[in-house]
Design a protein around this ligand. Structure first.
Ligand code: SF4
Length: 718
C-alpha cells in the first residue's frame, strides 16, 4: 500500500487531519463517484492531535470533488455580455497589471480591492497582503472571514489586548460545564462536537447548555436548551451575570488582580433582573436560574460560539459579553475553561496571523499603529510610509464602493461573493457595475465568475504545499499530493507574478511556498502568535500549535507544553489586565413587524459547505441534500395552512425566495429557518441572501446575516 499523503481537511475550522491516497494505490476497494470513475480517497489521520482520526461526511468525500468542473486555463473578455475566451497566463497577467496601473493613475491605490478567503493557505494570504497593502499602498484587502468571525477577533482584541482564542480542543474533555451559544456545532463543526458529546456521555456530572432558537442536533444533546428569541443573547448573558453576582459565585481575587472595569460592568448588569430577562428572551425563570447556577458553581466553564453570535450588528458586544462572564468567574487560562470562538474556515486563523483583514497586518499587527507598519515595511523592503495608516474596505463596504464606482479593479480569489454577501440582488447589481473584475478559483463555473472579466485557474490545497491553522491554533503542513490540473497555479504564485510584472521584483523573490512561509514567520517574532520555530520542513513531521518561538524543542512543540494562552493571567493589554465592558441589549437590526411577521434565521446543513462550489459537485452529498427547505413550526404552519413539501414564497423588504416547507418542532414559533448554501447555479430563486439585509456590527463590520424579518406566503409549485 502506498504511503498516504498528510494534509488537512480544507472545509471547516475544526481542522481535521487527513490521510489521502490516489485511487489505484490505496490497497483498499477503490472508491468511485456516481459515474464509476475511481476517486482519491481521504480518511482521518489518527496521528493528528485535533481530530485523532475522525472525519465527517465532508472530509470523507473530498476526493470526489478533485477532478470535477476544474478551471483549467485563464480566460478573458472585454464586457460581461461576451463569452470568456481562453488566453495565455502572460496575456492575463499583462491585462491585470495594465488595469492596475490605469486605476492607480485614475483613482489612486484605493481604486483597487481584493476579496480573499479562509480557503487560502497562509502563504497565499501573506503574499496578497504584501501586494495590496505594501506594494500597491491600499489596505483594501478583506476576506470572507469578515462574514464569519471578525466579531470574535474584535472581541478578543478589545477584551484581552490581542486576537487569539485562548483555549484548545483538549478543553472539551476537561470542562465541567460546556456553554454553547449561537453554534450548531453538531452540523457545522462535527468533530469538535463528537469529542464533546463523547466526553459528556461518559461523565454525567458534566453539564451542557445550548442557547439557540432552533432545537438542533446540538441542542438535542444538551442538559439544558435555552431556546431564546433571536437577537436576545445579550439580555440572557447579562441575566446570567446578574444571578452569578447576586449569589456570590464570582472570583473576587481574579477580578481584583487581573481585570479592569468590573464596577461599571456590575452597574449595567443590575438592570437585567430575572423577570426582565425571561420576558425579553422568552425562557422560563427556572431555565435562567439553572444556567446561572451551572455557570456559577462549575469549577471550569468552557464557552463555544460561532456564527449565531458573530453574524450580528451586536456581534462584538455579544463576544465581549460572553468574555465578561468568564472574567467575573475566573474561567480562563486553565484546563477546561475559557471563551472559545470556533472559526468557520480551514485557515481563517492563519489569515488572522498573516494580516488577512482590512484593518490588520501580519503578526497580529494593526494598520493604525505606526510601529506595526514600520516593522512590516522593513521586512517587505519597502520605504517607510508605503503602508497606509487607514483601514481598508471591509467586505460589505467593497460592494458599496463598487456601487458608488469608487473601485475599478476588483479581485476575488477562492470565494463566491455573488452568493454569500447579504442583500444579494444589490450585491449582484454592484458586481455588474464593476469595470474590471478578476475571479480566481479552482472551479468553473461559479456564480461570481459570471461577473468576471478575467478568470484565473487556481490550484486546490492538495496541489500546492502550504500551511493552515485551525481553531485551536494548531498549524498543519498540507503536502501537495497531486499535480496541479491544467495550467492552474497557486494563489500566492499568481499574486507574486502580478507584483513582479508591476516592477516589485525585490519584494517577490521566492520560488517556493516554504520560502514565503519562512519570511512570514519572521513577522511573528515576539508576538502572541510567535511561530518563528516553525517551517515547512519541521511541520512536515507533524502539526504544531503556536506560540512556537525559535528554539523550542520538538518535545515541547509537539504538545507537551501548556496549550492555552494567558495561563499566567497576564493579558496582552498595556497593563496586562483583561477589560470588562458592559453592553445593553439592542436586539435585531430588523425585528419582525406587521408586514413581515417572522424572523428568518439562516445557517448550514451538515453535508454542505458555504456556496457549494465544492460540495455541489459531490453526488454523495447532493443526493442527501438536493434542495433547500424552509423550517416552520407546526402552529405557524397551521395558521399559514401549509404542510411539509408544499411550496412557499418567503419575502423580505429586499427580495424573495421560493422553496418547499418542512414543518418541524425544531424551530420556535415566529421563527423560520433557511439554509445558506444555494446560489443561482444550483436552483432558481433559492438564495437566502435575496432576503438578508446588509447592516453590520459597527465595531467588527460583520454583517447580520443571521436574521431578518420576512413574510411567508403559500404558493403553487413553480
Ligand atoms: Fe473537515 Fe470540519 Fe468535517 Fe473535520 S469537521 S472533516 S475539518 S469539515
Amino acid at each position: 500500500m502506498a504511503d498516504a499523503a498528510k494534509t488537512l481537511c480544507p472545509y471547516c475550522g475544526v481542522g481535521c487531519g487527513l490521510d489521502v491516497l490516489p485511487p489505484a494505490q490505496s490497497g483498499r476497494p477503490v472508491n468511485r463517484d456516481e459515474q464509476g470513475n475511481p476517486v482519491w480517497q481521504a480518511r482521518g489521520d489518527r496521528n493528528h492531535p485535533s481530530s485523532k482520526g475522525q472525519v465527517c461526511i465532508k472530509g470523507g468525500t473530498i476526493g470526489d470533488s478533485l477532478d470535477k468542473d476544474r478551471l483549467l486555463y485563464p480566460m478573458m473578455r472585454e464586457t460581461l455580455d461576451q463569452p470568456l475566451q481562453r488566453v495565455s497566463w502572460d496575456q492575463a497577467i499583462e491585462r491585470i497589471a495594465s488595469e492596475i496601473l490605469k486605476t492607480l493613475a485614475d483613482k489612486g491605490p484605493d481604486g483597487i480591492a481584493m476579496y480573499g478567503s479562509g480557503q487560502f493557505q497562509t502563504e497565499d494570504y501573506y503574499t496578497a497582503q504584501k501586494l495590496l497593502k505594501g506594494c500597491l499602498g491600499t489596505n483594501n484587502f478583506d476576506a470572507n472571514s469578515r462574514l464569519c468571525m471578525s466579531s470574535a477577533v474584535a472581541g478578543y482584541i478589545q477584551s484581552f489586548g490581542s486576537d487569539g482564542p485562548p483555549c484548545c480542543y483538549d478543553d472539551l474533555e476537561q470542562t465541567d460545564c460546556a456553554f454553547l451559544i449561537g453554534t450548531n456545532t453538531a452540523d457545522c463543526h462535527p468533530i469538535v462536537f463528537n469529542r464533546l458529546k463523547k466526553y459528556h456521555k461518559k461523565n454525567r456530572k458534566v453539564k451542557m447548555i445550548v442557547v439557540d432558537p432552533r432545537h438542533t442536533d446540538t441542542a438535542k444533546a444538551a442538559d439544558l436548551h435555552l431556546a431564546i428569541k433571536p437577537g436576545t443573547d445579550i439580555a440572557l448573558l447579562n441575566g446570567i451575570a446578574y444571578l452569578v453576582l447576586k449569589n456570590g459565585w464570582i472570583d473576587p481575587g481574579f477580578i481584583e488582580s487581573c481585570t479592569d472595569g468590573f464596577s461599571d460592568y456590575a452597574q449595567v448588569i443590575k438592570s437585567y433582573p430575572p423577570e426582565r430577562v425571561t420576558e425579553i428572551c422568552g425562557i422560563t425563570l427556572s431555565e435562567l436560574k439553572k444556567a446561572a447556577e451551572w455557570w456559577g458553581k462549575s469549577e471550569r466553564v468552557l464557552s463555544l460560539w460561532s456564527m449565531g453570535v458573530n453574524q450580528s450588528t451586536e456581534g462584538t458586544a455579544k463576544c465581549r459579553t460572553i468574555i465578561n462572564l468568564h472574567l467575573m468567574t475566573g474561567n480562563i487560562g486553565k484546563p477546561g475553561a475559557g471563551p472559545f470562538s470556533l472559526t468557520g474556515q480551514p485557515n481563517a486563523m492563519g489569515g488572522r496571523e498573516a494580516g488577512g483583514l482590512a484593518h490588520i497586518l501580519p503578526g497580529y499587527r494593526l494598520v493604525k499603529n505606526p510601529e506595526h507598519r514600520q516593522a512590516v515595511e522593513a521586512v517587505w523592503q519597502l520605504p517607510e510610509g508605503s503602508i497606509s495608516p487607514t483601514p481598508g474596505l471591509a467586505a460589505w463596504d467593497m460592494m458599496l464602493a463598487l456601487e458608488q464606482e469608487e473601485v475599478d479593479v476588483f479581485w476575488v480569489a477562492a470565494t463566491n461573493p455573488a452568493v454569500s454577501m447579504p442583500d444579494i440582488k444589490r450585491t449582484q447589481a454592484a458586481l455588474r457595475k464593476s469595470p474590471f473584475t478578476i475571479c480566481q478559483d479552482a472551479y468553473y463555473p461559479t456564480e461570481t465568475a459570471a461577473f468576471a472579466h478575467v478568470v484565473l485557474p487556481a490550484t486546490q490545497w492538495g496541489e500546492k504545499p502550504g500551511v493552515m491553522t485551525n481553531s485551536e491554533r494548531v498549524v498543519t503542513y498540507c503536502s501537495a499530493f497531486r499535480r496541479p490540473v491544467g495550467e492552474a497555479k497557486a494563489d500566492w504564485e499568481i499574486f507574486a507574478e502580478v507584483g513582479r510584472r508591476l516592477g516589485f521584483e525585490k519584494q517577490f523573490p521566492q520560488s517556493t511556498s516554504a520560502e514565503v512561509y519562512d519570511e512570514f514567520v519572521t513577522l511573528t517574532a515576539g508576538r502572541l502568535c510567535d511561530s518563528t520555530g516553525l517551517s515547512h520542513e519541521r511541520l512536515a513531521a507533524g502539526p504544531i500549535q503556536w506560540p512556537c518561538p525559535a528554539g523550542e524543542s520538538d518535545e515541547v512543540a509537539h504538545g507537551k507544553h501548556d496549550k492555552r494562552l494567558y495561563t499566567d493571567y497576564r493579558f496582552a493589554t498595556p497593563n496586562k489586565k483583561a477589560k470588562f465592558c458592559a453592553f445593553h441589549i439592542k436586539g435585531l437590526a430588523e425585528p419582525p413587524n406587521e408586514d413581515y411577521p417572522f424572523v428568518l434565521t439562516t445557517g448550514r446543513l451538515y453535508g454542505h459547505w458555504h456556496t457549494q462550489s465544492r460540495t455541489g459537485r459531490i453526488e454523495r452529498i447532493t443526493k442527501r441534500y438536493p434542495e433547500p427547505m424552509l423550517e416552520v413550526n407546526p402552529r405557524d404552519a397551521q395558521l399559514l395552512e401549509i404542510q411539509s413539501e408544499e411550496w412557499v414564497e418567503v419575502r423580505s423588504q429586499r427580495g424573495y425566495a421560493q422553496l418547499k416547507v418542512l414543518v418541524t418542532q425544531n424551530i420556535t414559533r415566529g421563527t423560520v429557518f433557511m439554509p445558506m448554501h444555494w446560489g443561482f447555479l444550483w436552483g432558481d430563486n433559492t438564495e437566502v441572501n435575496a432576503l438578508t439585509h446588509p447592516e453590520v456590527c459597527p465595531i467588527s463590520l460583520e454583517p447580520e446575516l443571521k436574521a431578518c424579518a420576512v413574510q411567508v406566503i403559500p404558493i403553487a409549485a413553480p
